[in-house]
Ligand binder design. Sequence first.
Ligand SMILES: C[S@@+](CC[C@H](N)C(=O)[O-])C[C@H]1O[C@@H](n2cnc3c(N)ncnc32)[C@H](O)[C@@H]1O
Length: 238
Amino acid sequence: MSCIEQSPPLLTTDCTREVSIDWLQPTPSKAKQKKLFRQQIMSVSYDQNELLQNIIELHLPEGIQVDATYGYGQFYTAIPRPEYCFDIAPKKPEAVVADSRQLPLAAGTIRSIMFDPPFVVTNHKTSDEYVMGKKYGAYRTITQLREHYKASLDEFARVLRPYGMLVFKCQDFVHGRKNYFIHNEVLELAKEAGFKPVDLFILLAKNRFNGAVNFQNHARKFHSYFWVFKRSGKKDQD
Ligand SMILES: C[S@@+](CC[C@H](N)C(=O)[O-])C[C@H]1O[C@@H](n2cnc3c(N)ncnc32)[C@H](O)[C@@H]1O
């Protein structure tokens, strides 16, 4: 048998072969392997704070500079509050009134933005979606949602510096018995606005409002997305 066929490879003097350094390292103990695994930043989590900390650690070491839809400021229990907190209907004293489609910021000046727009489309007055809509805002139509997302992305491309970062939280949903894969739409809109996808995190939910249903066509969504985008290096989006 030639040394090429031997397994595992042996160091011999009678043939030349590259020996992988990895192969020479001792296999880590089970306990060490477990520790190494735990240190990895993973793409999914049940814990929003952990997920946000991971986004900051991997992609935004200087933190978030602007939150364009600040709401109740729930994102900032484990990560520092942004320098600018905006919301069209502020719920907290630290937030300033501003529309995400027209931010009071000069072009090309911002390092990073967080965007968590309303994710509910509903006409219902009694459903669980309406409860969420009341708390977090809601759109009447899918077209309204798309227009808001698109105009906001164009505005973020305006105010961000070249290579500035955007974190965009979004959710897929079923509306009128149809599945809307909004995270895909957000990706396409972001690319059109001059952003590149850098990462994608998935927040898992253990519970959801338990709306009663007579029938079910699609899986109930128990997750939402945090896209991480980087603005193009060009100053003008041509
Ligand atoms: C899903 S909530 C954000 C929740 C927030 N991340 C928190 O931690 O509480 C969406 C927020 O977007 C705000 N909003 C809706 N339309 C907006 C717009 N055009 N410009 C700025 N904020 C808007 C709503 O008032 C609402 O507070």
